[in-house]
Design a protein around this ligand. Sequence first.
Ligand code: NAP
Length: 257
Amino acid sequence: MTAAQLFDLSGQVALVTGASSGLGARFAEVLAENGAAVVLVARRADRLGALKTRIDKSGGRAVAVEADVRDHAAMLRAFDAAERAFGAVTILVNNAGVAHSGRAIELSEEEWRRVLSTNLDAVFYWAQEAARRMLAAGKHGAIVNIASVLGLNVDKGVAAYATAKAGVIQLTKALALELAFKGIRVNAIAPGWIITDINRDYLTGDGAAMKRQIPMGRFGGDSDLDGPLLLLVSDAGRYMTGATIVADGGQLVALRV
Ligand SMILES: NC(=O)c1ccc[n+]([C@@H]2O[C@H](COP(=O)([O-])OP(=O)(O)OC[C@H]3O[C@@H](n4cnc5c(N)ncnc54)[C@H](OP(=O)(O)O)[C@@H]3O)[C@@H](O)[C@H]2O)c1
C-alpha cells in the first residue's frame, strides 16, 4: 500500500461540527479533498452554504446542516440528514468550540455553562450518537475530538475553557477504551495557537508578543493540522486510539519563567 492509499478516505462519511469557520472549515475541505463525503454542521447556515459550494466545485461532496451542537434534537436531525445524503457517518470531527477570557473569580454561571456545554457536553453527546449509529450500521469508524494545549496545561483567565478541554482529553481516553473492541477509534488533537476567528483580534493585537513563547517562532496556520487530522481519521492511524496529538510548535515543552 502506498502512502497516498493509506490516507484515502473514499467511501467514508465525515461529519464536522463547527464547519462554518476556522479549523472546522479547513478540516471539512481536507476530508473532502481526500475522498470523504462531508457533512457540515454549525449555526451560521450562510457560511456552511458557501463552503458546500466550494467543496462541490472542487469535485467533492458535501451537505450543510444548520445546528447548534447543544441542541439534542438538532443533533439527531443532523445525523439523519447525513444518513439520507450519504449513509452512516464513519468519521466524526468534534470541533465546534467557544473561547472566553476572564478571571475565575468573576466568571458567571451563564458563561461557565456556555463554555462547558459547547466544549465538553456536546463533544460527549455527538460522539455517543456517532458511535451508536456506527454500531447500528455495522461500521467501523473514527472520532476525533479537538482539544487544546490548554487541556494539558493552563494559563490565567481560561478556567472554563481549560477545564472543558482537559475533560475532552479524558473523555477521549474513556470512549477509546470502551469502543476499541468494536472497531471505533477515538483520538484527540490538542492544538496550540492557530490563528482563526476565535483569536485573530488578540493574536494580531495585544497577544502578538506571545509568539516568543513558541519555540518554532510562529503561530500556527489552519493547514498545520491537516497531517494530524488525516492520520487519525484514516487507515494510516489504524492502530491508534485514546491518543492526543499535540500540534503546537513546541509551546507545551517550552519552559516558561
Ligand atoms: N484556534 C486556536 O488557536 C485553537 C487552539 C486550540 C483549540 N482550538 C479549538 O479548535 C476548535 C475550532 O476553533 P477555531 O479556532 O476554528 O474557532 P472559530 O473559527 O471561532 O470556529 C468555531 C466554530 O465552532 C462553531 N460553534 C461554536 N459554538 C457552536 C454551537 N453552539 N453550535 C454549533 N457550532 C458552534 C462555530 O460556528 P457557528 O458560530 O456558525 O455556530 C465555528 O464554526 C474549537 O474547539 C477550539 O477550542 C482552537
